[in-house]
Design a protein around this ligand. Structure first.
Ligand code: HSE
Length: 435
Protein backbone atom coordinates (compact mmCIF):
# COMPACT_ATOMS: atom_id res chain seq x y z
CA UNK A 1 0.00 0.00 0.00
CA UNK A 2 1.35 3.42 -0.95
CA UNK A 3 1.76 5.94 1.82
CA UNK A 4 1.63 9.75 1.81
CA UNK A 5 3.16 11.36 4.88
CA UNK A 6 1.86 14.57 6.30
CA UNK A 7 2.78 16.98 9.11
CA UNK A 8 0.64 19.30 11.19
CA UNK A 9 1.79 22.67 12.52
CA UNK A 10 -0.35 23.68 15.52
CA UNK A 11 -2.47 21.32 17.61
CA UNK A 12 -5.16 23.77 18.60
CA UNK A 13 -8.82 23.03 17.97
CA UNK A 14 -8.57 22.39 14.23
CA UNK A 15 -5.12 20.74 14.26
CA UNK A 16 -6.34 18.31 16.91
CA UNK A 17 -9.52 17.69 14.88
CA UNK A 18 -7.42 16.74 11.85
CA UNK A 19 -5.38 14.23 13.88
CA UNK A 20 -8.60 12.81 15.32
CA UNK A 21 -10.31 12.52 11.93
CA UNK A 22 -7.27 10.73 10.50
CA UNK A 23 -7.46 8.22 13.35
CA UNK A 24 -11.22 7.74 13.30
CA UNK A 25 -11.71 7.61 9.52
CA UNK A 26 -8.25 6.48 8.42
CA UNK A 27 -9.37 3.24 6.80
CA UNK A 28 -12.24 4.97 4.99
CA UNK A 29 -9.80 7.58 3.67
CA UNK A 30 -7.47 4.78 2.51
CA UNK A 31 -10.34 3.10 0.65
CA UNK A 32 -11.07 6.35 -1.15
CA UNK A 33 -7.48 7.43 -1.80
CA UNK A 34 -5.87 4.09 -2.58
CA UNK A 35 -3.02 4.97 -0.22
CA UNK A 36 -2.62 5.65 3.48
CA UNK A 37 -2.34 9.17 4.84
CA UNK A 38 0.11 8.95 7.71
CA UNK A 39 0.62 11.67 10.30
CA UNK A 40 4.41 11.63 10.54
CA UNK A 41 4.90 14.71 12.76
CA UNK A 42 2.76 17.22 14.61
CA UNK A 43 4.23 20.31 16.27
CA UNK A 44 2.87 22.43 19.07
CA UNK A 45 4.43 24.47 21.87
CA UNK A 46 2.24 22.70 24.45
CA UNK A 47 2.91 18.96 24.49
CA UNK A 48 1.47 18.40 27.97
CA UNK A 49 -2.13 19.23 27.18
CA UNK A 50 -4.60 16.34 27.10
CA UNK A 51 -6.11 16.50 23.61
CA UNK A 52 -8.21 13.37 24.07
CA UNK A 53 -6.30 11.39 21.42
CA UNK A 54 -3.22 9.16 21.42
CA UNK A 55 -0.33 9.99 19.10
CA UNK A 56 2.15 7.33 17.94
CA UNK A 57 5.57 7.56 19.55
CA UNK A 58 7.77 10.18 17.91
CA UNK A 59 4.93 12.08 16.23
CA UNK A 60 4.67 14.96 18.68
CA UNK A 61 7.35 17.61 18.72
CA UNK A 62 7.70 21.13 20.03
CA UNK A 63 10.03 22.01 17.16
CA UNK A 64 8.09 23.06 14.03
CA UNK A 65 11.32 22.96 12.00
CA UNK A 66 11.38 19.18 12.52
CA UNK A 67 8.08 19.06 10.59
CA UNK A 68 8.90 21.45 7.75
CA UNK A 69 12.37 19.96 7.25
CA UNK A 70 11.34 16.28 7.35
CA UNK A 71 12.25 14.90 3.90
CA UNK A 72 9.56 12.18 4.11
CA UNK A 73 6.70 14.65 4.60
CA UNK A 74 4.95 15.76 1.41
CA UNK A 75 2.10 17.86 2.80
CA UNK A 76 2.16 20.36 5.67
CA UNK A 77 -1.12 21.37 7.31
CA UNK A 78 -0.62 24.83 8.82
CA UNK A 79 -3.10 25.30 11.68
CA UNK A 80 -1.21 27.90 13.73
CA UNK A 81 -3.10 30.94 12.45
CA UNK A 82 -2.00 34.57 12.39
CA UNK A 83 0.39 36.37 10.11
CA UNK A 84 3.76 35.99 11.82
CA UNK A 85 5.33 32.57 12.48
CA UNK A 86 2.71 30.80 10.38
CA UNK A 87 3.94 32.74 7.36
CA UNK A 88 7.59 31.94 8.10
CA UNK A 89 6.89 28.22 8.40
CA UNK A 90 4.80 28.15 5.24
CA UNK A 91 7.61 29.85 3.31
CA UNK A 92 10.17 27.39 4.72
CA UNK A 93 7.92 24.45 3.85
CA UNK A 94 7.31 25.70 0.29
CA UNK A 95 11.04 26.23 -0.20
CA UNK A 96 11.50 22.62 0.96
CA UNK A 97 9.09 21.49 -1.79
CA UNK A 98 6.16 20.71 0.52
CA UNK A 99 2.52 21.24 -0.40
CA UNK A 100 0.49 23.32 2.03
CA UNK A 101 -3.01 23.06 3.43
CA UNK A 102 -3.99 26.08 5.51
CA UNK A 103 -7.00 27.42 7.41
CA UNK A 104 -5.28 30.79 7.75
CA UNK A 105 -7.64 33.27 6.08
CA UNK A 106 -5.94 36.31 7.69
CA UNK A 107 -2.59 35.28 6.23
CA UNK A 108 -3.95 34.53 2.75
CA UNK A 109 -6.01 37.72 2.63
CA UNK A 110 -2.97 39.85 3.48
CA UNK A 111 -0.04 37.91 2.00
CA UNK A 112 -1.69 35.42 -0.35
CA UNK A 113 -0.45 37.00 -3.60
CA UNK A 114 3.16 36.61 -2.45
CA UNK A 115 2.66 33.08 -1.09
CA UNK A 116 0.83 31.77 -4.17
CA UNK A 117 3.58 33.26 -6.38
CA UNK A 118 6.27 31.46 -4.38
CA UNK A 119 4.30 28.19 -4.43
CA UNK A 120 3.92 28.42 -8.23
CA UNK A 121 7.66 29.02 -8.64
CA UNK A 122 8.40 25.96 -6.52
CA UNK A 123 5.77 23.80 -8.23
CA UNK A 124 3.76 23.10 -5.07
CA UNK A 125 0.15 23.73 -4.07
CA UNK A 126 -1.39 25.85 -1.37
CA UNK A 127 -4.87 24.54 -0.60
CA UNK A 128 -7.20 26.56 1.60
CA UNK A 129 -10.70 25.09 1.80
CA UNK A 130 -10.71 25.26 5.64
CA UNK A 131 -10.00 29.00 5.52
CA UNK A 132 -13.54 29.94 4.40
CA UNK A 133 -16.84 28.58 5.66
CA UNK A 134 -15.58 25.61 7.71
CA UNK A 135 -16.98 22.42 6.22
CA UNK A 136 -18.76 24.10 3.28
CA UNK A 137 -16.93 23.23 0.03
CA UNK A 138 -17.09 26.82 -1.15
CA UNK A 139 -13.57 26.94 -2.62
CA UNK A 140 -14.00 23.67 -4.49
CA UNK A 141 -17.43 24.75 -5.69
CA UNK A 142 -16.14 28.00 -7.19
CA UNK A 143 -12.89 26.55 -8.48
CA UNK A 144 -14.15 23.25 -9.87
CA UNK A 145 -17.91 22.81 -9.89
CA UNK A 146 -18.59 26.25 -11.38
CA UNK A 147 -15.54 26.33 -13.67
CA UNK A 148 -17.84 26.67 -16.69
CA UNK A 149 -19.70 29.67 -15.26
CA UNK A 150 -19.15 33.36 -15.26
CA UNK A 151 -19.69 34.07 -11.58
CA UNK A 152 -21.85 37.13 -11.11
CA UNK A 153 -22.17 37.47 -7.36
CA UNK A 154 -21.61 35.80 -4.01
CA UNK A 155 -23.55 36.67 -0.91
CA UNK A 156 -23.05 34.92 2.38
CA UNK A 157 -22.99 34.60 6.12
CA UNK A 158 -19.35 33.79 6.75
CA UNK A 159 -18.86 34.50 10.42
CA UNK A 160 -20.42 32.13 12.93
CA UNK A 161 -19.78 34.41 15.90
CA UNK A 162 -21.72 37.35 14.42
CA UNK A 163 -24.50 35.11 13.22
CA UNK A 164 -24.73 33.51 16.65
CA UNK A 165 -24.94 36.91 18.35
CA UNK A 166 -27.54 38.31 15.95
CA UNK A 167 -29.62 35.11 16.16
CA UNK A 168 -29.51 35.09 19.97
CA UNK A 169 -30.64 38.73 20.18
CA UNK A 170 -33.36 38.14 17.56
CA UNK A 171 -34.72 34.85 18.84
CA UNK A 172 -34.04 34.95 22.58
CA UNK A 173 -33.72 38.64 23.42
CA UNK A 174 -30.26 38.02 24.92
CA UNK A 175 -27.96 41.07 25.28
CA UNK A 176 -25.08 41.61 22.84
CA UNK A 177 -22.49 41.07 25.60
CA UNK A 178 -24.06 37.84 26.85
CA UNK A 179 -24.40 36.48 23.31
CA UNK A 180 -20.70 37.25 22.62
CA UNK A 181 -19.64 35.55 25.87
CA UNK A 182 -21.61 32.45 24.86
CA UNK A 183 -20.01 32.45 21.39
CA UNK A 184 -16.57 32.60 23.02
CA UNK A 185 -17.47 29.75 25.36
CA UNK A 186 -18.62 27.68 22.37
CA UNK A 187 -15.12 28.13 20.90
CA UNK A 188 -15.84 29.55 17.45
CA UNK A 189 -14.93 33.19 18.19
CA UNK A 190 -11.44 34.33 17.15
CA UNK A 191 -8.87 34.76 19.93
CA UNK A 192 -9.43 38.49 19.41
CA UNK A 193 -13.22 38.72 19.00
CA UNK A 194 -13.05 42.21 17.47
CA UNK A 195 -11.92 40.38 14.31
CA UNK A 196 -15.36 38.74 14.30
CA UNK A 197 -17.54 41.58 15.62
CA UNK A 198 -16.05 44.33 13.48
CA UNK A 199 -16.27 42.24 10.30
CA UNK A 200 -12.54 41.72 9.62
CA UNK A 201 -12.71 37.90 9.75
CA UNK A 202 -15.51 38.05 7.19
CA UNK A 203 -13.43 40.45 5.06
CA UNK A 204 -10.51 37.99 5.04
CA UNK A 205 -12.86 35.33 3.71
CA UNK A 206 -14.47 37.62 1.13
CA UNK A 207 -11.04 38.71 -0.16
CA UNK A 208 -10.28 35.05 -0.88
CA UNK A 209 -13.66 34.31 -2.49
CA UNK A 210 -13.73 37.33 -4.79
CA UNK A 211 -10.23 36.51 -5.98
CA UNK A 212 -11.05 32.95 -7.02
CA UNK A 213 -14.49 33.89 -8.38
CA UNK A 214 -13.29 36.54 -10.82
CA UNK A 215 -9.61 35.84 -11.48
CA UNK A 216 -8.55 38.85 -9.42
CA UNK A 217 -5.46 39.34 -7.31
CA UNK A 218 -6.37 39.09 -3.63
CA UNK A 219 -7.31 42.57 -2.48
CA UNK A 220 -8.24 42.96 1.19
CA UNK A 221 -7.57 46.65 1.60
CA UNK A 222 -10.32 47.90 -0.71
CA UNK A 223 -13.13 45.85 0.84
CA UNK A 224 -15.70 47.98 2.68
CA UNK A 225 -16.00 46.60 6.22
CA UNK A 226 -18.60 47.41 8.83
CA UNK A 227 -19.27 45.08 11.76
CA UNK A 228 -22.25 44.47 14.04
CA UNK A 229 -21.23 46.43 17.14
CA UNK A 230 -23.64 49.30 16.41
CA UNK A 231 -26.69 47.09 15.86
CA UNK A 232 -29.24 47.52 18.64
CA UNK A 233 -32.15 45.38 19.81
CA UNK A 234 -34.35 48.26 18.59
CA UNK A 235 -33.10 47.83 15.00
CA UNK A 236 -33.61 44.07 15.16
CA UNK A 237 -37.13 44.48 16.51
CA UNK A 238 -38.11 47.07 13.92
CA UNK A 239 -36.65 44.93 11.12
CA UNK A 240 -38.70 42.00 12.40
CA UNK A 241 -41.91 44.05 12.33
CA UNK A 242 -41.20 44.96 8.70
CA UNK A 243 -40.47 41.34 7.66
CA UNK A 244 -36.67 41.49 7.70
CA UNK A 245 -33.81 39.81 9.55
CA UNK A 246 -30.50 41.56 10.15
CA UNK A 247 -27.48 39.48 9.11
CA UNK A 248 -23.81 40.33 8.70
CA UNK A 249 -23.45 39.66 4.98
CA UNK A 250 -20.38 39.41 2.79
CA UNK A 251 -21.38 40.60 -0.67
CA UNK A 252 -19.35 40.59 -3.85
CA UNK A 253 -20.49 41.32 -7.41
CA UNK A 254 -18.58 41.67 -10.66
CA UNK A 255 -19.78 43.76 -13.59
CA UNK A 256 -16.91 42.80 -15.88
CA UNK A 257 -14.87 45.92 -15.01
CA UNK A 258 -14.97 46.41 -11.27
CA UNK A 259 -15.64 44.31 -8.20
CA UNK A 260 -18.10 45.27 -5.50
CA UNK A 261 -16.89 43.83 -2.21
CA UNK A 262 -18.50 44.80 1.06
CA UNK A 263 -19.25 43.49 4.53
CA UNK A 264 -21.99 45.12 6.55
CA UNK A 265 -25.08 44.36 8.60
CA UNK A 266 -27.86 43.86 6.08
CA UNK A 267 -31.63 43.66 6.31
CA UNK A 268 -32.94 40.77 4.20
CA UNK A 269 -36.57 39.72 3.78
CA UNK A 270 -37.86 36.57 5.50
CA UNK A 271 -38.25 35.08 2.01
CA UNK A 272 -34.45 35.09 1.52
CA UNK A 273 -33.16 31.66 2.69
CA UNK A 274 -30.17 33.37 4.33
CA UNK A 275 -32.61 34.93 6.80
CA UNK A 276 -33.25 31.46 8.25
CA UNK A 277 -29.59 30.61 8.81
CA UNK A 278 -29.28 30.78 12.58
CA UNK A 279 -26.74 30.27 15.32
CA UNK A 280 -23.13 29.70 14.33
CA UNK A 281 -24.08 28.22 10.95
CA UNK A 282 -22.79 29.74 7.72
CA UNK A 283 -24.41 29.85 4.29
CA UNK A 284 -23.48 31.24 0.89
CA UNK A 285 -25.53 31.98 -2.18
CA UNK A 286 -23.66 31.94 -5.48
CA UNK A 287 -24.96 33.31 -8.78
CA UNK A 288 -23.54 32.26 -12.11
CA UNK A 289 -24.64 32.83 -15.69
CA UNK A 290 -25.30 29.13 -16.27
CA UNK A 291 -26.48 27.95 -12.86
CA UNK A 292 -28.69 30.83 -11.86
CA UNK A 293 -28.50 30.62 -8.07
CA UNK A 294 -27.21 27.92 -5.75
CA UNK A 295 -26.59 27.76 -2.02
CA UNK A 296 -24.22 26.07 0.42
CA UNK A 297 -25.07 25.72 4.11
CA UNK A 298 -23.21 24.21 7.05
CA UNK A 299 -20.95 24.63 10.05
CA UNK A 300 -18.56 27.48 9.28
CA UNK A 301 -16.28 26.81 12.23
CA UNK A 302 -15.51 24.25 14.88
CA UNK A 303 -13.13 21.34 15.33
CA UNK A 304 -14.49 18.55 13.16
CA UNK A 305 -16.24 20.55 10.38
CA UNK A 306 -13.05 22.54 9.72
CA UNK A 307 -10.90 19.40 10.02
CA UNK A 308 -13.14 17.81 7.38
CA UNK A 309 -12.29 20.61 4.93
CA UNK A 310 -8.57 20.30 5.71
CA UNK A 311 -8.62 16.53 5.11
CA UNK A 312 -10.51 17.05 1.85
CA UNK A 313 -7.74 19.36 0.61
CA UNK A 314 -5.10 16.91 1.81
CA UNK A 315 -6.74 14.06 -0.10
CA UNK A 316 -6.90 16.22 -3.26
CA UNK A 317 -3.17 16.93 -3.07
CA UNK A 318 -2.42 13.28 -2.26
CA UNK A 319 -4.46 12.15 -5.30
CA UNK A 320 -2.42 14.50 -7.51
CA UNK A 321 0.81 13.18 -6.03
CA UNK A 322 -0.24 9.58 -6.66
CA UNK A 323 -0.75 10.46 -10.33
CA UNK A 324 2.48 12.44 -10.59
CA UNK A 325 0.60 15.72 -11.04
CA UNK A 326 0.68 18.99 -9.10
CA UNK A 327 -1.58 22.03 -9.21
CA UNK A 328 -3.85 20.20 -11.68
CA UNK A 329 -6.56 22.60 -10.49
CA UNK A 330 -5.11 26.14 -10.44
CA UNK A 331 -4.76 27.32 -6.85
CA UNK A 332 -6.63 30.57 -7.44
CA UNK A 333 -9.02 29.00 -9.93
CA UNK A 334 -7.59 30.80 -13.00
CA UNK A 335 -4.30 30.16 -14.79
CA UNK A 336 -1.64 32.42 -13.29
CA UNK A 337 -1.24 34.62 -16.37
CA UNK A 338 -4.97 35.42 -16.30
CA UNK A 339 -5.05 36.68 -12.73
CA UNK A 340 -5.28 40.47 -12.82
CA UNK A 341 -5.50 43.40 -10.45
CA UNK A 342 -9.20 44.28 -10.81
CA UNK A 343 -10.37 47.58 -9.27
CA UNK A 344 -12.86 47.56 -6.40
CA UNK A 345 -15.85 49.87 -6.64
CA UNK A 346 -15.94 52.37 -3.74
CA UNK A 347 -18.96 51.93 -1.44
CA UNK A 348 -20.08 55.47 -2.38
CA UNK A 349 -20.80 54.25 -5.92
CA UNK A 350 -23.39 51.65 -4.92
CA UNK A 351 -27.09 52.30 -4.65
CA UNK A 352 -29.93 50.43 -2.98
CA UNK A 353 -32.56 50.55 -0.27
CA UNK A 354 -31.87 51.79 3.23
CA UNK A 355 -33.13 51.66 6.78
CA UNK A 356 -32.24 54.72 8.86
CA UNK A 357 -32.91 55.47 12.50
CA UNK A 358 -32.65 58.90 14.08
CA UNK A 359 -32.67 59.78 17.76
CA UNK A 360 -34.56 63.06 17.65
CA UNK A 361 -36.09 65.59 19.99
CA UNK A 362 -39.86 65.15 20.07
CA UNK A 363 -41.03 68.61 18.98
CA UNK A 364 -42.91 70.19 16.05
CA UNK A 365 -40.99 70.52 12.77
CA UNK A 366 -38.41 67.78 13.44
CA UNK A 367 -39.75 65.32 10.89
CA UNK A 368 -40.06 67.99 8.22
CA UNK A 369 -36.45 69.06 8.76
CA UNK A 370 -35.24 65.46 8.40
CA UNK A 371 -37.39 64.68 5.39
CA UNK A 372 -36.45 68.04 3.81
CA UNK A 373 -32.74 67.15 3.90
CA UNK A 374 -33.44 63.66 2.56
CA UNK A 375 -35.46 65.27 -0.26
CA UNK A 376 -32.59 67.64 -1.10
CA UNK A 377 -30.50 64.52 -1.71
CA UNK A 378 -33.13 62.85 -3.91
CA UNK A 379 -33.93 60.29 -1.22
CA UNK A 380 -37.54 59.27 -1.29
CA UNK A 381 -39.03 57.96 1.96
CA UNK A 382 -40.97 54.69 1.72
CA UNK A 383 -42.24 54.65 5.31
CA UNK A 384 -41.74 56.47 8.63
CA UNK A 385 -42.45 55.13 12.12
CA UNK A 386 -42.24 56.87 15.43
CA UNK A 387 -43.20 54.97 18.56
CA UNK A 388 -43.85 56.25 22.08
CA UNK A 389 -40.44 55.26 23.45
CA UNK A 390 -39.41 58.68 24.70
CA UNK A 391 -36.26 58.70 26.78
CA UNK A 392 -35.19 62.12 28.15
CA UNK A 393 -37.37 63.83 25.53
CA UNK A 394 -35.73 61.88 22.69
CA UNK A 395 -37.60 59.46 20.40
CA UNK A 396 -36.35 57.01 17.83
CA UNK A 397 -37.61 57.69 14.31
CA UNK A 398 -37.37 54.77 11.91
CA UNK A 399 -37.43 55.22 8.13
CA UNK A 400 -37.22 52.97 5.10
CA UNK A 401 -36.19 54.57 1.82
CA UNK A 402 -36.90 53.90 -1.80
CA UNK A 403 -33.93 53.27 -4.11
CA UNK A 404 -31.19 55.80 -3.32
CA UNK A 405 -27.51 56.47 -3.92
CA UNK A 406 -25.15 55.58 -1.08
CA UNK A 407 -23.19 58.81 -1.55
CA UNK A 408 -26.38 60.88 -1.20
CA UNK A 409 -27.54 58.95 1.86
CA UNK A 410 -24.18 59.53 3.54
CA UNK A 411 -24.23 63.27 2.79
CA UNK A 412 -27.83 63.60 4.02
CA UNK A 413 -27.13 61.69 7.25
CA UNK A 414 -24.06 63.84 7.96
CA UNK A 415 -26.18 66.99 7.56
CA UNK A 416 -28.97 65.62 9.75
CA UNK A 417 -26.46 64.55 12.41
CA UNK A 418 -25.16 68.11 12.58
CA UNK A 419 -28.62 69.52 13.44
CA UNK A 420 -29.47 70.24 17.07
CA UNK A 421 -32.68 68.19 16.77
CA UNK A 422 -30.80 64.86 16.74
CA UNK A 423 -28.84 63.59 19.70
CA UNK A 424 -26.84 60.71 18.25
CA UNK A 425 -25.25 59.64 14.99
CA UNK A 426 -28.10 58.25 12.81
CA UNK A 427 -28.04 54.47 12.33
CA UNK A 428 -28.00 53.10 8.78
CA UNK A 429 -28.55 49.53 7.60
CA UNK A 430 -28.49 48.55 3.95
CA UNK A 431 -31.35 46.42 2.65
CA UNK A 432 -30.83 43.68 0.05
CA UNK A 433 -33.48 41.90 -1.94
CA UNK A 434 -36.20 44.51 -1.46
CA UNK A 435 -38.05 46.79 -3.85
N1 HSE B 1 -14.26 33.16 14.16
C1 HSE B 1 -14.75 32.51 12.99
C2 HSE B 1 -16.28 32.51 13.05
C3 HSE B 1 -14.19 31.10 12.93
O1 HSE B 1 -16.85 32.93 14.06
O2 HSE B 1 -16.90 32.11 12.08
C4 HSE B 1 -14.17 30.52 11.56
O3 HSE B 1 -13.38 31.23 10.67
Amino acid sequence: MKEIKIGILGLGTVGTGIARLLQENGSLITQRLGATLTLKKAADIDLEKDRGIQFEDGVLTSDADEVVNDPEIDIILEMIGGETIAKDFIIKAINNGKHIVTANKALLASHGNELFKLAAEKGVSIAFEPSVGGCMPIIKTIRESLAGNRIVSICGILNGTCNYILSKITNEGVSFEDALAEAQAEGFAEADPTLDIEGFDTAHKLAILSSIAYGAEINLKDIYVEGISNITAMDIEFADQCGYRIKLLAITKFNGNAIEARIHPTMIPFSNPLSNVNGSLNAVTLSGDAIGEMMLYGHGAGMMPTASAAISDTIDIARDLLFGATTRVPMLSFQKKHIKAIPTQPIDDISGYYYVRFSAIDQPGVLSKISGILGEHSISIKSVHQYEQKLNGVVPIFMLTHHAKESEIQKALAKIASLDITTKQPALIRIEGSS
